[in-house]
Design a binder for this molecule. Structure first.
Ligand SMILES: [Zn+2]
Length: 133
């Protein structure tokens, strides 16, 4: 059974408990790593300047305490993968968990911001970002 690294557990611990419950289930079957939970001002500024985020501090859901967003990438052969196809497949699997776990919180992913089932109409491609709505 896959397990989160200490860094992943630390990052996930900064997130809303619904996200913790979700990825606590996901990691039992799918190897993955939590690359970002809460993002402080310095990290948010850097994310904005490098176009990894479209918003400035403190507008991102990553800037809340606890964080209302989490970035999780799949591990392929034990190594994190940011490769598009791997991330889209992973986010589809995660959203399957969201649906079958019947969570009281609404969660969406950056592969399909408007939830219409298409990944082709996204202005910001962020397939490994998951957030509360
Ligand atoms: Zn994110």
């Amino acid at each position: 059974m896959p397990k989160f690294s200490k860094t992943s557990l630390k990052n996930l611990s900064q997130c809303d408990h619904h996200l913790q419950i979700l990825f606590g289930e996901v990691i039992k079957k799918i190897d993955c790593t939590v690359v970002c939970g809460h993002r402080g001002k310095t990290d948010q500024d850097a994310a904005y300047l490098s176009h990894r985020s479209q918003v400035r501090w403190p507008e991102s859901k990553h800037n809340r305490t606890p964080s209302l967003a989490v970035d999780v990438v799949p591990c392929i052969g034990g190594k994190p993968s940011w490769e598009d196809h791997d991330c889209y497949l992973f986010s589809g699997k995660v959203m399957g968990y969201v649906n079958t776990m019947n969570m009281e919180a609404k969660i969406r992913c950056g592969a399909d911001w408007n939830g219409n089932g298409s990944t082709r109409d996204q202005e910001l491609k962020d397939s490994c970002h998951f957030e509360m709505i």
